[in-house]
Every structure is written in structure tokens, then in C-alpha cells.
Design a protein around this ligand. Structure first.
Ligand SMILES: [Mg+2]
Length: 339
């Protein structure tokens, strides 16, 4: 029975608090009311402020949730059309942000589970089936014959063996003690590629421009090749950073006279290469999306904690969080990027 008066007192207090908050929120507070507010807050400050915070948080939360759902709706609508109109999508998102909130769109990026996207280059952002794959193999064979003196008939077999064992021909040659200069190797293997076959990709460019998070290239290729390919695709300015052969192997350039055994070549999929990339990019792996066509690279990326997309595949591998047949389908497969 003793609890009854306490209960009524509690309900009364709650009603007074509620009325007070409603008056506050309705914006009808006059100067004279602020005097009462001060004395009232002195007594009830913690409870009242908690309540105000709760109401504000709920209101803002509902608004944010509504916007998130709206973004998803827009994505779904765009999915129905055969090709995503990226600039239109971007425009729709922009106006959505402006309608809901009057501040910059970057403040909305926190809804996406990704702060950064790391892209492989070859066979991820363009297909080497344009003639690059065969040309690269031919160029490596030429290097083995011209610069290392191997028999022309054995070059192809050796190339395959070195790739399987060491991850790349250059890595294999240096591991076997051949003092191969990386610049000379790349000048033949990449320098002789038929670059005229890479055409601009405006669809990919527009897609990349809708992604507001940081975008980074992470490739085993040398910088010259990466820049050439990105420029020809018309997407070089879409990326904030390029992590490439030179980034992973600074010692090969700083200590050119050192023996090959002293500085083995570091490349994907070694964990060392991934740790260098994470360090150089300064990213949180758990909030970074890594896209690559090589399943070995995807597996290594998972080990270091990255979120992964295997590109060029219809089925997910064990270590891939998503599978993407073509990079252009990114909005269909990973819409969370735009949340
Ligand atoms: Mg690749």
C-alpha cells in the first residue's frame, strides 16, 4: 500500500517532465520561462536532460533510418534499369541528403560499413582478355631469353614454374639468385604491352565517382604500368593513392647493388604485401573493402581482416564476402557502399 503514493508522485513527475520537454521542443519558450527552467533544472537536471537526449536521439535516429531506407529504395529502382545511370544515382543521393539534412554529404558516409575501397588493377578494373594476358606471357618469355639467356623452347615452362612457386617470374628469378633489375624487367614485360587496346571506360568512371569513400589501387604491377592503364581507362583521377610494386619493394630501388637474396621480391598474395598496403594506406581492415580477381589474393586479404570481393566470378569463394562478375555490377552486389 505504501508504494501507491510513490507511484502517483512518479507519474505526476513524468507528466510534468513530458509537458516541459514538449514545450521546449515546440519552440515556445519565452524569456520568462527560462528563469523557471533554470530553477527547475537545478532540481531535476539529470533526469530531464536524459529525457531530452532520449527524445532528440529518437527523432534524429528515425530521420536517419528513413534516409537509409530511401537510399536503398533509390538503389533498387536503379537496379531495375539494365544499366545503372551513375550520375543520376549520385544526383538522387545528393538531393536526398540535402532534403533531410542541410549539411555536407560526407557526414552520411558513416552509414556504409566501408571507409575505404582498395582495388586491384589488372583483370579487376579492365579485362586482360583484350590481348594483354597473352602479350604479358610473350614479353616474360622474351625477357627470359633476351636477358637471362634461357633456351627459347623452355622459356614458357620456366615462366609457369616460377609463377607457381614464387608468385611471379621476377620474384622467382631473384629468389634463384638472378640479379634482375626490376625496372629493366618491367620495361620489357609491361613496356611492350599493346596499350592502344585499353579504351576509356566512362561507365566505370561514373560509377567510381559516385563512391565517396577513399579509393586506392593495390597492384603487383609497377607504377608506370598502373598510371598508363588508369589514364587510358580515364579513371586515374578517381583514386587517391596507388600502392604498387615500388611501394612493396623499396629496397630493390634504394639498394640496387645489394644481392638478390638479401631483398626478396614482395608481392600479393604474401601477407607481408598486405600488411604494407594496410600500413601505407592507413586503413582499418575491418572497414575496408578489397576487390581482386585473384582468389589467392582474396584469401590473403581475409587473413589480414579485410572485407573481400572476388571479381570476375559468379560464385563466392570461401574467403570472399561477395562475388562480382564485372566491376560495373558493383552497385547491384555491394549496395552497402552507398549507404
Ligand atoms: Mg588482377
Amino acid at each position: 500500500m505504501d508504494s501507491k503514493p510513490w507511484f502517483f508522485w512518479y507519474v505526476l513527475q513524468l507528466m510534468v517532465h513530458l509537458a516541459f520537454v514538449l514545450v521546449q521542443l515546440s519552440g515556445k519558450i519565452g524569456k520568462h520561462f527560462q528563469v523557471c527552467e533554470f530553477s527547475y533544472l537545478q532540481i531535476q537536471d539529470s533526469y530531464l536532460l536524459d529525457f531530452v537526449f532520449l527524445v532528440v536521439a529518437k527523432t534524429v535516429g528515425r530521420k536517419l533510418l528513413k534516409m537509409k531506407n530511401k537510399r536503398f529504395e533509390i538503389l533498387q529502382q536503379n537496379r531495375k534499369s539494365k544499366e545503372i545511370d551513375a550520375p543520376l544515382l549520385y544526383q538522387q543521393f545528393q538531393s536526398l541528403h540535402q532534403n533531410f539534412f542541410q549539411f555536407h554529404k560526407s557526414s552520411m558516409d558513416s552509414y556504409s560499413p566501408f571507409d575505404c575501397l582498395i582495388f586491384d588493377l589488372d583483370d579487376t578494373l579492365y579485362s586482360s582478355s583484350i590481348g594483354f594476358g597473352d602479350a604479358t606471357k610473350r614479353n616474360i618469355d622474351d625477357f627470359l631469353v633476351e636477358k637471362c639467356g634461357f633456351d627459347e623452347r623452355k622459356a614458357s615452362t620456366l615462366r609457369v614454374q616460377l609463377f607457381k612457386t614464387y608468385g611471379s617470374t621476377l620474384a622467382g628469378l631473384r629468389a634463384l639468385g638472378y640479379d634482375v633489375d626490376a625496372d629493366e624487367y618491367h620495361s620489357i614485360v609491361h613496356g611492350r604491352l599493346p596499350y592502344h587496346l585499353i579504351k576509356p571506360d566512362p561507365q566505370l568512371r561514373n560509377l567510381l565517382l559516385t563512391i565517396t569513400q577513399r579509393k586506392i589501387i593495390f597492384t603487383n604491377s609497377d607504377r608506370a604500368h598502373a598510371m598508363k592503364a588508369l589514364n587510358l581507362l580515364g579513371i586515374a583521377d578517381c583514386f587517391q593513392q596507388i600502392i604498387c610494386f615500388e611501394t612493396m619493394n623499396p629496397n630493390l630501388f634504394n639498394f640496387k647493388s645489394a644481392s638478390p637474396e638479401e631483398f626478396p621480391v614482395v608481392l600479393k598474395p604474401s601477407l607481408e604485401a598486405f600488411n604494407i598496403a594496410i600500413d601505407v594506406a592507413g586503413v582499418d581492415p575491418s572497414r575496408t573493402l578489397f576487390l581482386d580477381d585473384n582468389v589467392g589474393n582474396i584469401a590473403a586479404a581475409k587473413v589480414v581482416g579485410l572485407q573481400t570481393v572476388v571479381v570476375g566470378k559468379t560464385m563466392k569463394t570461401n574467403e570472399a564476402d561477395y562475388a562480382l562478375e564485372k566491376i560495373h555490377n558493383l552497385t547491384h552486389i555491394v549496395p552497402e557502399i552507398w549507404f
